[in-house]
Design a protein around this ligand. Structure first.
Ligand code: NAP
Length: 278
């Protein structure tokens, strides 16, 4: 606990642990959410070199909650007192709640992804081609299976796609098949197309028309080349903003037990991203 600007001794501390963390939009989003909910809290970015030391700091300082980002989402699992089932299955924690010194790990990325897909026509009964086999792909596969969809994994490094598919009991294909396979929705979970390499795209535009919907988990820029080409090919194009906002909204729910102000959270992040790209 610390002292707030208003001199309140009960201000709650939250933060994000990452390396790098300077460009994170989580402080902007979460501080706006706390203000709107009238929770006396401050959320700060922490550039972390020593994760175990930082977690001792969480306990010592009574930091109430932490978002975890690259490169700690997997390594943090071994440092926590409890890990919730979905985070264990995905093998990644992006959220820590400090309950009186007990550190509990959660994964809200998968929830962010399924909420975003839910807004874009739903999951049950649909087939999803997932490009990539890293942390975001694992969250996608887990979430889609939970919601009754069928994921198919395609990755540059084929053995990683195969291992992921075996672990979750779903299908995989060689990355080259992405140009010909049939699926309702394509999801890019690779960083290809992310700022500053904005001309990159994981699949050529002429291969996109077969998908009803194309989603990119990348949200900076908001309109990646993949999404521009998907829209031009007549697909519904879904950016990574919804996933980002909903994973953050679930963190607010975990930390405060309150209903998160999702529309406001979306608005502040979208405005910032639009300003960054002008
Ligand atoms: P990760 O664990 O490092 O996995 C990255 C995956 O992308 C790997 O499978 C990798 O393939 C593949 N990849 C990387 N560069 C590639 C290239 N040039 N060509 C083809 N494949 C390539 O990363 P992650 O944690 O899953 O994150 C991936 C992206 O998701 C990042 O851009 C991150 O910002 C974004 N993300 C967004 C949200 C959101 O809320 N919107 C949440 C989480 C993550 P190999 O296996 O062959 O190396």
């Amino acid at each position: 606990m610390g002292k707030s600007k208003e001199g309140n001794d009960n201000v709650e501390l939250y933060g994000i642990f990452g390396n790098p963390v300077g460009h994170s939009l989580s402080p902007l989003m979460h501080n706006a959410a706390f203000r709107s909910l009238r929770v006396d809290a401050v959320y700060l970015p922490f550039h972390i070199e020593d994760l175990e030391g930082a977690l001792r700091g969480v306990r010592a300082l009574g930091i109430r909650g932490v978002s975890v980002t690259i490169p700690f989402k997997t390594s943090v699992l071994a440092c926590l007192d409890e890990v919730e089932e979905s985070a264990r299955a995905i093998g990644a924690v992006n959220t820590i709640a400090n309950d009186g010194g007990t550190l509990r790990g959660y994964n809200t990325d998968w929830m962010g992804l399924i909420r975003s897909l839910g807004e874009a026509g739903g999951i049950r009964g649909r087939t999803f081609a997932i490009l990539g086999a890293g942390g975001a792909a694992r969250a996608a596969v887990y979430g889609i299976l939970q919601e009754g969809g069928t994921p198919v994994v395609l990755n540059r490094t084929a053995p990683k796609a195969e291992a992921l598919a075996r672990e979750f009991g779903c299908a995989f294909l060689p990355a080259a098949d992405a140009g010909t396979m049939e699926a309702d929705v394509l999801i890019n979970t690779t960083p290809v197309g992310m700022w500053p390499d904005v001309e990159g795209t994981p699949l050529p535009g002429e291969a996109l028309a077969r998908f009803r919907c194309v989603m990119d988990v990348v949200y900076n820029p908001l309109r990646t080349r993949l999404l521009r080409e998907a829209a031009a090919a007549g697909c519904e194009a879904v950016n990574g903003l919804g996933m980002f906002v909903h994973q953050g909204a679930e963190q607010i729910r975990i930390w405060t037990g309150r209903e998160p102000p999702v529309a406001l959270m979306r608005q502040v992040v979208q405005r910032q991203l639009e300003e960054e790209t002008v």
